[in-house]
Design a protein around this ligand. Sequence first.
Ligand code: SF4
Length: 264
Amino acid sequence: MRDIEPGEIVVIGAGGPRSLLPFGQVKSRFCVFEHIYFARPDSMVERISVYEARKRIGRELARESHVDADIVVPVPDSGVPAALGYSQESGIPFEFGIIRNHYVGRTFIEPTDQIRHLGVRLKHNASRANLAGKRVILVDDSIVRGTTSIKIVEMVRRAGAREVHMRISSPPTSYPCYYGIATPERDQLLAARYDVAAMAAYIGVDSLAFLTIDGLYRAMGEPRRNPAAPRFCDACFTGDYPIPPVDAGDGKVSVQLSLLAELA
Ligand code: SF4
Protein backbone atom coordinates (compact mmCIF):
# COMPACT_ATOMS: atom_id res chain seq x y z
CA MET A 1 0.00 0.00 0.00
CA ARG A 2 2.82 2.37 0.89
CA ASP A 3 6.32 2.39 2.37
CA ILE A 4 6.80 2.70 6.14
CA GLU A 5 8.42 6.07 6.87
CA PRO A 6 11.64 6.47 8.89
CA GLY A 7 10.84 6.45 12.62
CA GLU A 8 7.31 5.17 12.00
CA ILE A 9 5.67 2.08 13.54
CA VAL A 10 2.67 0.62 11.75
CA VAL A 11 0.43 -1.57 13.90
CA ILE A 12 -2.07 -3.76 12.07
CA GLY A 13 -4.89 -4.93 14.33
CA ALA A 14 -8.58 -5.80 14.22
CA GLY A 15 -9.39 -2.12 13.59
CA GLY A 16 -7.03 -1.98 10.58
CA PRO A 17 -3.59 -0.35 10.30
CA ARG A 18 -2.54 2.42 12.71
CA SER A 19 0.48 4.65 12.23
CA LEU A 20 2.54 5.72 15.27
CA LEU A 21 5.38 8.23 15.25
CA PRO A 22 6.90 7.80 18.72
CA PHE A 23 10.33 9.13 17.72
CA GLY A 24 9.31 12.15 15.69
CA GLN A 25 9.82 12.24 11.95
CA VAL A 26 13.27 11.86 10.44
CA LYS A 27 14.06 12.81 6.88
CA SER A 28 14.38 9.75 4.70
CA ARG A 29 17.69 8.90 3.07
CA PHE A 30 16.91 5.64 1.40
CA CYS A 31 19.70 3.40 0.03
CA VAL A 32 20.24 4.45 -3.60
CA PHE A 33 22.00 1.15 -4.29
CA GLU A 34 18.59 -0.54 -3.97
CA HIS A 35 17.64 1.20 -7.20
CA ILE A 36 20.94 0.35 -8.90
CA TYR A 37 21.39 -3.28 -7.85
CA PHE A 38 19.78 -4.79 -4.75
CA ALA A 39 16.06 -4.52 -5.37
CA ARG A 40 14.28 -6.84 -7.74
CA PRO A 41 13.58 -5.08 -11.04
CA ASP A 42 9.85 -5.75 -10.69
CA SER A 43 9.72 -3.84 -7.36
CA MET A 44 8.28 -0.43 -6.67
CA VAL A 45 10.60 1.31 -4.18
CA GLU A 46 9.44 4.65 -2.78
CA ARG A 47 6.83 4.70 -5.55
CA ILE A 48 9.58 4.39 -8.18
CA SER A 49 9.70 1.42 -10.56
CA VAL A 50 13.15 -0.15 -10.13
CA TYR A 51 13.14 -1.42 -13.72
CA GLU A 52 12.34 2.03 -15.16
CA ALA A 53 14.89 3.70 -12.85
CA ARG A 54 17.60 1.31 -14.10
CA LYS A 55 16.71 2.05 -17.73
CA ARG A 56 16.92 5.80 -17.03
CA ILE A 57 20.30 5.20 -15.36
CA GLY A 58 21.44 3.41 -18.54
CA ARG A 59 20.26 6.34 -20.67
CA GLU A 60 22.19 8.82 -18.49
CA LEU A 61 25.26 6.60 -18.74
CA ALA A 62 25.02 6.58 -22.56
CA ARG A 63 24.71 10.39 -22.62
CA GLU A 64 27.67 10.84 -20.28
CA SER A 65 30.08 8.30 -21.73
CA HIS A 66 29.32 7.53 -25.35
CA VAL A 67 31.73 5.32 -27.27
CA ASP A 68 31.47 3.93 -30.82
CA ALA A 69 30.73 0.21 -30.70
CA ASP A 70 28.78 -2.57 -32.43
CA ILE A 71 26.76 -4.02 -29.54
CA VAL A 72 25.70 -3.29 -25.95
CA VAL A 73 25.98 -6.38 -23.75
CA PRO A 74 24.72 -6.56 -20.16
CA VAL A 75 26.55 -8.42 -17.43
CA PRO A 76 23.53 -10.49 -16.36
CA ASP A 77 21.25 -10.25 -14.60
CA SER A 78 21.41 -6.95 -12.78
CA GLY A 79 23.03 -5.07 -15.71
CA VAL A 80 20.16 -5.88 -18.08
CA PRO A 81 17.77 -2.90 -17.62
CA ALA A 82 20.66 -0.37 -17.60
CA ALA A 83 22.08 -1.94 -20.78
CA LEU A 84 18.64 -1.67 -22.41
CA GLY A 85 18.51 2.03 -21.51
CA TYR A 86 22.07 2.49 -22.83
CA SER A 87 21.15 0.78 -26.08
CA GLN A 88 17.94 2.81 -26.54
CA GLU A 89 19.72 6.11 -25.92
CA SER A 90 22.79 5.37 -28.06
CA GLY A 91 21.05 3.48 -30.87
CA ILE A 92 23.65 0.69 -30.53
CA PRO A 93 21.96 -2.75 -30.67
CA PHE A 94 21.43 -4.70 -27.46
CA GLU A 95 22.65 -8.33 -27.43
CA PHE A 96 22.90 -11.05 -24.82
CA GLY A 97 26.59 -11.94 -25.14
CA ILE A 98 27.00 -13.44 -21.68
CA ILE A 99 24.73 -16.18 -20.45
CA ARG A 100 24.07 -16.51 -16.75
CA ASN A 101 23.92 -19.76 -14.81
CA HIS A 102 21.14 -19.22 -12.32
CA TYR A 103 22.28 -21.82 -9.80
CA VAL A 104 25.25 -19.90 -8.39
CA GLY A 105 24.93 -17.17 -5.73
CA ARG A 106 26.01 -13.53 -5.92
CA THR A 107 29.78 -13.45 -5.97
CA PHE A 108 30.88 -10.45 -3.94
CA ILE A 109 29.60 -11.91 -0.66
CA GLU A 110 31.37 -15.29 -1.13
CA PRO A 111 33.96 -15.73 1.62
CA THR A 112 37.31 -16.53 -0.02
CA ASP A 113 39.08 -15.42 -3.20
CA GLN A 114 39.31 -19.03 -4.39
CA ILE A 115 35.55 -19.59 -4.12
CA ARG A 116 34.87 -16.17 -5.64
CA HIS A 117 37.01 -16.99 -8.72
CA LEU A 118 35.35 -20.36 -9.12
CA GLY A 119 31.96 -18.69 -8.63
CA VAL A 120 32.58 -16.30 -11.55
CA ARG A 121 33.60 -19.16 -13.86
CA LEU A 122 30.53 -21.20 -12.99
CA LYS A 123 28.21 -18.24 -13.08
CA HIS A 124 28.76 -16.76 -16.55
CA ASN A 125 29.53 -18.03 -20.01
CA ALA A 126 30.33 -15.82 -23.03
CA SER A 127 28.63 -16.52 -26.35
CA ARG A 128 31.14 -16.57 -29.24
CA ALA A 129 28.33 -16.39 -31.81
CA ASN A 130 27.33 -12.94 -30.53
CA LEU A 131 30.74 -11.50 -29.62
CA ALA A 132 33.37 -12.58 -32.19
CA GLY A 133 34.86 -9.64 -34.09
CA LYS A 134 32.62 -7.10 -32.32
CA ARG A 135 33.35 -3.85 -30.48
CA VAL A 136 31.50 -4.50 -27.26
CA ILE A 137 30.10 -2.15 -24.61
CA LEU A 138 29.75 -4.20 -21.43
CA VAL A 139 27.28 -2.73 -18.93
CA ASP A 140 27.54 -3.74 -15.28
CA ASP A 141 26.06 -2.24 -12.11
CA SER A 142 29.19 -1.77 -10.02
CA ILE A 143 32.84 -2.68 -9.49
CA VAL A 144 33.61 -3.73 -5.93
CA ARG A 145 36.93 -5.60 -5.74
CA GLY A 146 37.31 -5.94 -9.51
CA THR A 147 37.62 -9.74 -9.30
CA THR A 148 34.41 -10.42 -11.20
CA SER A 149 35.10 -7.76 -13.84
CA ILE A 150 38.55 -9.22 -14.69
CA LYS A 151 37.03 -12.66 -15.29
CA ILE A 152 34.14 -11.30 -17.33
CA VAL A 153 36.43 -9.22 -19.54
CA GLU A 154 38.79 -12.19 -20.09
CA MET A 155 35.80 -14.32 -21.02
CA VAL A 156 34.48 -11.76 -23.51
CA ARG A 157 37.91 -11.36 -25.13
CA ARG A 158 38.35 -15.16 -25.34
CA ALA A 159 35.01 -15.27 -27.16
CA GLY A 160 36.57 -13.06 -29.86
CA ALA A 161 35.50 -9.48 -28.97
CA ARG A 162 37.65 -6.93 -30.86
CA GLU A 163 37.26 -4.13 -28.29
CA VAL A 164 35.78 -4.17 -24.79
CA HIS A 165 34.42 -0.94 -23.28
CA MET A 166 33.10 -1.22 -19.74
CA ARG A 167 30.31 1.12 -18.62
CA ILE A 168 29.21 1.06 -14.98
CA SER A 169 25.69 2.13 -14.00
CA SER A 170 26.81 3.65 -10.68
CA PRO A 171 29.59 5.98 -9.53
CA PRO A 172 32.82 4.32 -8.29
CA THR A 173 32.24 2.35 -5.06
CA SER A 174 34.94 4.00 -2.94
CA TYR A 175 33.60 3.54 0.61
CA PRO A 176 32.23 0.56 2.56
CA CYS A 177 28.60 0.27 3.63
CA TYR A 178 28.09 0.07 7.41
CA TYR A 179 24.32 -0.31 7.24
CA GLY A 180 24.07 -4.03 6.62
CA ILE A 181 25.35 -4.58 3.07
CA ALA A 182 28.29 -6.99 2.99
CA THR A 183 30.81 -4.81 1.14
CA PRO A 184 34.53 -5.26 1.90
CA GLU A 185 36.63 -2.78 3.87
CA ARG A 186 37.98 0.28 2.08
CA ASP A 187 41.45 -1.14 1.33
CA GLN A 188 39.82 -3.89 -0.76
CA LEU A 189 37.63 -1.60 -2.86
CA LEU A 190 39.22 -1.11 -6.26
CA ALA A 191 37.92 2.46 -6.62
CA ALA A 192 39.47 3.44 -3.27
CA ARG A 193 42.89 2.31 -4.49
CA TYR A 194 42.98 3.40 -8.14
CA ASP A 195 41.73 6.18 -10.42
CA VAL A 196 39.55 5.27 -13.41
CA ALA A 197 42.47 4.91 -15.87
CA ALA A 198 44.32 2.56 -13.51
CA MET A 199 41.12 0.59 -12.90
CA ALA A 200 40.68 0.19 -16.67
CA ALA A 201 44.22 -1.17 -16.97
CA TYR A 202 43.67 -3.48 -13.98
CA ILE A 203 40.53 -5.09 -15.36
CA GLY A 204 41.89 -5.13 -18.93
CA VAL A 205 39.39 -3.02 -20.88
CA ASP A 206 39.91 -0.59 -23.77
CA SER A 207 37.92 2.06 -21.89
CA LEU A 208 36.05 2.36 -18.62
CA ALA A 209 33.51 4.93 -17.43
CA PHE A 210 31.19 5.24 -14.45
CA LEU A 211 27.91 7.09 -14.08
CA THR A 212 28.49 10.39 -12.27
CA ILE A 213 26.75 11.05 -8.97
CA ASP A 214 24.77 13.89 -10.60
CA GLY A 215 23.83 11.56 -13.47
CA LEU A 216 22.51 9.10 -10.90
CA TYR A 217 20.36 11.80 -9.25
CA ARG A 218 19.13 12.96 -12.68
CA ALA A 219 18.01 9.39 -13.41
CA MET A 220 16.15 9.49 -10.08
CA GLY A 221 14.33 12.66 -11.12
CA GLU A 222 16.45 15.45 -9.56
CA PRO A 223 18.52 18.03 -11.46
CA ARG A 224 21.65 17.04 -9.48
CA ARG A 225 22.77 15.85 -6.03
CA ASN A 226 22.12 18.50 -3.40
CA PRO A 227 25.17 18.20 -1.08
CA ALA A 228 23.37 20.09 1.73
CA ALA A 229 20.41 17.69 1.77
CA PRO A 230 20.91 14.62 -0.42
CA ARG A 231 17.71 12.69 -1.06
CA PHE A 232 19.36 9.25 -0.76
CA CYS A 233 22.05 7.50 1.20
CA ASP A 234 24.88 7.39 -1.33
CA ALA A 235 27.71 6.94 1.18
CA CYS A 236 29.43 4.11 -0.69
CA PHE A 237 30.03 6.59 -3.54
CA THR A 238 30.48 9.86 -1.65
CA GLY A 239 31.62 8.91 1.89
CA ASP A 240 28.77 11.12 3.19
CA TYR A 241 27.32 8.76 5.82
CA PRO A 242 23.83 9.77 7.08
CA ILE A 243 24.69 8.15 10.43
CA PRO A 244 28.42 8.50 11.12
CA PRO A 245 30.40 5.28 11.48
CA VAL A 246 32.60 4.93 14.59
CA ASP A 247 35.92 3.16 15.12
CA ALA A 248 35.46 0.57 17.88
CA GLY A 249 39.19 0.73 18.71
CA ASP A 250 39.97 -2.70 17.22
CA GLY A 251 40.32 -1.22 13.74
CA LYS A 252 36.76 -2.23 12.91
CA VAL A 253 34.39 0.54 11.93
CA SER A 254 30.69 0.15 12.52
CA VAL A 255 27.54 2.13 13.15
CA GLN A 256 26.55 2.38 16.81
CA LEU A 257 22.97 1.33 17.29
CA SER A 258 22.64 3.75 20.23
CA LEU A 259 23.43 6.54 17.77
CA LEU A 260 20.62 5.34 15.55
CA ALA A 261 18.22 5.50 18.50
CA GLU A 262 19.49 8.96 19.47
CA LEU A 263 18.95 10.26 15.96
CA ALA A 264 15.47 8.74 15.90
S1 SF4 B 1 26.32 2.96 2.01
FE1 SF4 B 1 24.20 3.67 1.78
S2 SF4 B 1 23.88 3.66 -0.46
FE2 SF4 B 1 25.65 2.39 -0.08
S3 SF4 B 1 24.84 0.29 0.08
FE3 SF4 B 1 24.97 1.14 2.16
S4 SF4 B 1 22.95 2.00 2.58
FE4 SF4 B 1 23.12 1.71 0.37
